[in-house]
Write a protein that binds this ligand. Structure first.
Ligand SMILES: NC(=O)c1ccc[n+]([C@@H]2O[C@H](COP(=O)([O-])OP(=O)(O)OC[C@H]3O[C@@H](n4cnc5c(N)ncnc54)[C@H](OP(=O)(O)O)[C@@H]3O)[C@@H](O)[C@H]2O)c1
Length: 253
């Protein structure tokens, strides 16, 4: 049996990943600050195990407590594989360096980078004591490899996540474990994060008009489409540990 843990499953891409996995008969644990009742109802309808756990991923003490409990409960069931989707993310602060406020800077790095590091570390510390394979999917962004003026903090957090992914993969290979860790860049999707981007000022974010156009011209990707391709890769695509996949290549294949 496989278990999936998805951070940020309350909405956006995380919700679509959760729906897709429930359709694949995979038990899901959703972690975010708010609960998504539709997911709970879908799980009941499909007869699949589903649990929502409330956690603020910008609070490291809460992360430690919540994920220790989740790891304990899941490893105890001796599943064949645990799929850990580090998907939760925040875009803010959108502002030029010099005009940034301290609190959103710290929150961004905590949610986008520190939380995935803490959670991955915890699961990989427990995996050697079991027969369970751990597959980690870190949701990153094109902003990790290209600079967007106004997104210095977001881009840095995702660049850090890519390096964490690649380094962990090399270590796991060296340790000869069966664990896999990949990055996934989902493209520009129609979610709340894009609404936040469009609501900022052109002074703070240079490419604002381009992002408004994406919406007006219907160029944003649907999260269900992105989630379907990602889940296909993870379940049946034999993903290569350490690689950062981009949705474009999955849509083309
Ligand atoms: N949308 C895009 O165009 C785009 C492009 C490239 C990469 N991405 C990446 O894709 C991932 C998903 O983005 P999305 O567009 O689906 O975003 P979204 O619709 O804004 O959803 C963000 C999710 O993260 C959770 N979250 C945020 N802060 C949290 C916190 N402090 N504690 C716990 N959970 C928190 C939210 O849950 P609660 O509010 O319920 O806590 C929500 O479920 C992110 O990593 C993002 O960086 C998105």
């Amino acid at each position: 049996m496989k278990y999936a843990i998805i951070t940020g499953a309350s909405k956006g891409l995380g919700e679509s990943i959760a729906k897709r996995l429930l359709q694949e008969q995979i038990a899901v644990i959703s972690v975010s600050r708010t609960e998504n009742i539709e997911l709970k109802n879908l799980a009941i309808e499909k007869g699949i195990e589903f649990k929502h756990v409330s956690c603020n991923l910008s609070l490291e003490k809460e992360i430690q407590e919540v994920f220790m409990e989740i790891a304990h409960c899941i490893f105890e069931k001796n599943p064949t594989e645990i799929l850990l989707f580090n998907n939760a993310g925040v875009i803010e602060p959108i502002q030029k360096v010099g005009n940034l406020d301290q609190t959103p800077i710290i929150r961004n790095i905590k949610v986008n980078l520190i939380a995935p590091i803490l959670i991955t570390n915890l699961f990989l510390s427990q995996a050697p004591l079991t027969n369970t394979k751990v597959t980690v999917i870190n949701v990153t962004s094109g902003a990790a490899i290209r600079s967007f003026e106004g997104w210095s903090v977001y881009g840095s957090s995702k660049a850090g996540l890519n390096m964490f992914t690649q380094t962990t993969a090399i270590e796991q290979a060296d340790l000869k474990t069966k664990n896999v860790i990949i990055g996934f860049s989902p493209g520009v999707m129609d979610t709340g994060m894009q609404e936040t981007i469009r609501s900022t000022s052109g002074d703070a974010f240079k490419e604002l008009e381009k992002f408004k156009e994406y919406k007006e011209k219907n160029l944003l990707l649907e999260t269900d489409t992105v989630a379907q391709r990602l889940v296909e890769l993870v379940l049946r695509g034999n993903p290569e540990s350490g690689r950062v996949y981009h949705i474009k290549e999955l849509l083309e294949s």
